[in-house]
Unconditional design. Structure first.
Length: 98
């Protein structure tokens, strides 16, 4: 993996979605307990909403996939000393499609 270079915006977005899990769980728990305290809905009937919220955060985090990763093509090593360097006729022919 010497030729791997990560895209900083990709890492930031993925880390941001992982960082949302804690706040989403806390806010969801708070709302569910608040609903229970006001006798709107009891917690034992609404706790599956917590699982739904966790699933949504996981799906949104997983939907980022591998977008944004960039493979860098390393230049060829220099020729050993004393060897004549050959120049290609068409430098564009060495570019690989990724």
């Amino acid at each position: 993996m010497d030729n791997y270079q990560s895209n900083q915006s990709y890492c930031w977005a993925r880390g941001r979605s992982r960082g949302l899990m804690g706040p989403v769980v806390l806010v969801t728990l708070g709302v569910l307990f608040l609903l229970s305290e006001f006798h709107v809905a009891s917690f034992h009937r609404t706790w599956p909403i917590l699982l739904i919220m966790i699933g949504l955060v996981k799906v949104l985090g997983g939907s980022l996939g591998n977008r944004g990763q960039v493979d860098v093509i390393a230049p060829p090593p220099p020729p050993p000393p004393g060897t004549p360097a050959s120049t290609p006729q068409n430098p564009q022919s060495q570019v690989e499609n990724v």
